[in-house]
Design a protein around this ligand. Structure first.
Ligand code: G1P
Length: 289
């Protein structure tokens, strides 16, 4: 039996320079898709997959997220007084204090370093990593789909999707040994390879289930691609002893780290909402006609 995955690490220390000036004072993870911040989607996806404990790897200027996952007494009192029950419920949806922790990544040394900051939290258990920038609109959440795969094959699992070859230098790319069209068993992975050198076009999106073995490599603090400590390298370092699979999830991925991806996510999520789908569809038609 594979050890259950109860903990999730959410690296949220990035500066969000692509969204300036919106992110001058506000963490990019607080940008809303429709009416909910990116970080809340990630937490809810993880909760739906059975995650019980979260750690957010934050940095300077990220305190707003702690406020978001806490009571807003004044607001709650006003909503209560005005009888706004539904709104009150919305602002009271956050994990219990014992479920959520925060620690700071004091230097921007890369994704691997951000995950390493959670070492004591993770301890010796398998854990999930979710990058809130990557959203997957799906009937069953992406991480929940990965949990199903994990229960079958164990080891390290990443969510993967095919990208055009000219984009391999933006992602971690898998070297595939066998592939049943859904689950690909990999013998290697490389961070942001040039299109000419990429072993495949199967790329990692921001969802991982990892064994604590990755910390052995992360402890060494070795810089990889782009001079950053890479999570990809830490997974690669365990390939000789930890099985590694890429799961082609069902659903549509939106790269909310890019402006066009973020806009597309807003439209797609709005069209899923019965309370506004018709209005949004009509507005889009007006714009496009
Ligand atoms: C990170 C990872 C990369 C992965 C990507 C998914 O890169 O290092 O392997 O493919 O997230 O979004 P970043 O986008 O932080 O440069």
């Amino acid at each position: 039996m594979n050890k259950p995955v109860r903990k999730a690490v959410l690296p949220v220390a990035g500066l969000g320079t692509r969204f300036l000036p919106a992110t001058k004072c506000m963490p990019k993870e607080m940008l809303p898709v429709v009416d909910k911040p990116l970080i809340q989607y990630a937490i809810e996806e993880a909760e739906a997959a059975g995650i019980e404990k979260f750690i957010l790897i934050t940095g300077r200027g990220k305190n707003l997220m702690e406020d978001h996952f806490d009571h807003a007494f004044e607001l709650e009192r006003i909503l209560e007084k005005r009888g706004k029950k539904a709104e009150l419920e919305l602002v009271q949806q956050f994990p219990e204090p014992s479920m959520i922790q925060y620690t700071r990544q004091q230097q921007a040394l890369g994704l691997g370093h951000a995950v390493w900051c959670a070492k004591d939290f993770v301890h010796d258990e398998p854990f999930a990593v979710l990058l809130p920038d990557d959203m997957v609109l799906a009937e069953k959440g992406c991480l929940a789909q990965m949990m199903d795969a994990y229960n079958e094959v164990g080891g390290n699992i990443v969510a993967v999707t095919e990208v055009p070859r000219e984009q391999t230098n933006r992602y971690g790319i898998l070297d595939i040994e066998s592939d049943d069209g859904k689950l690909a068993k990999a013998t290697g992975l490389v961070e942001k390879p040039d299109p000419a050198d990429a072993p495949s076009t199967l790329s990692i999106i921001g969802r991982y289930i990892l064994q604590p073995d990755v910390f052995e490599h992360l402890d060494k603090q070795i810089a990889g691609a782009g001079g950053e400590i890479q999570l990809t390298d830490a997974i690669a370092a365990t390939l000789d002893r930890v099985p590694f699979h890429g799961l082609r999830y069902e659903g549509t991925r939106y790269d909310c780290g890019s402006k066009s991806g973020f806009i597309a996510a807003n439209v797609a999520y709005a069209l899923e909402r019965p309370d506004m789908a018709d209005d949004v569809r009509a507005a889009l038609k007006d714009i496009l006609d």
